[in-house]
Write a protein that binds this ligand. Sequence first.
Ligand SMILES: [Zn+2]
Length: 320
Amino acid sequence: MSIKKIKLLITITMISASIFSCIKNETTDKISISASVYPLYEFAKAVGGEKVEVSMILPPGTDIHSYEPKPMDLVRINSSDIFIYISEYLEPWAKEIVDSTINSHISIIKASEGITLTESEHNHEHSHKEEGEDADNDDHSDLSKDPHIWLDFEICQTIVDKLLNELIKIDPLNSEYYLNSAGLYKQKLEELDKKYIAVINRCQSKTIITGGHFAFGRMAKRYGLNHISPYRGFTTDAEPSPQVIASMIDMIKRDNIEYIFFEELLRPKVAEAISAETGVKLELLHGAHNISKKEFRDQTSFISIMEENLEKLKKGLKYQ
Ligand SMILES: [Zn+2]
């Protein structure tokens, strides 16, 4: 969506947003939080508990990397007390909204603020144009940093703190409540972090091989793993590299690798093709960008997704 189009959409929805805001204030005294994506939605619910109402902007089952906001999203964001998003490298539309429109009373939390986002070798390769590549087709230069910070559970704890600080600022009378719930959730994240360190230390292989996009770089960095993906850049819309796919096939055959991972919510075309070629088994490694409608109905937790991932990693990385 172009900037112009977003601005127009925002202008149209501002009026309805203010009406919506009045209605909300009359019906509830809870603090309303709009979270762009699932992990932030989970963290906000965990810290705010019964004192907040959290809505997730990204509809369950959709891909964040290709999402374009709908008019109703802008209404929801503008009728919130807090809007939290990850980074312009994940939700460029969120930055547009924050830069151009948002009602001045809304507290904005950029979850990646103060966190150095990594660039991968993929991007360095990408900056050297390949033969025949269209120079104008380099749209990913703006999306060249890794926004998947929720896959490092130490970073998750700093995001929880950002939410905690904002809630205390807005609602100081309930400081103790927020401190307590944030403390409990950070404890869960810390335990998760420790479990990952302990399990991965005992894995024979240290390489996450996935047919999906390059989402697990942050997890790899934190837990001493390598991450191989046929996709350059950090989004799901890039074309996979045939050279990387060929080298992955060679590696799977040479090293007797038993599992290749695929990502949530998207058809695992590349992983299936590699599996057909090598006989390697397929396993979902859930990046938690978003959850399915069923997972949303079942209130699947971020922690449980990550615990399941750890069981998959045990198999895929040959835990001993
Ligand atoms: Zn991603």
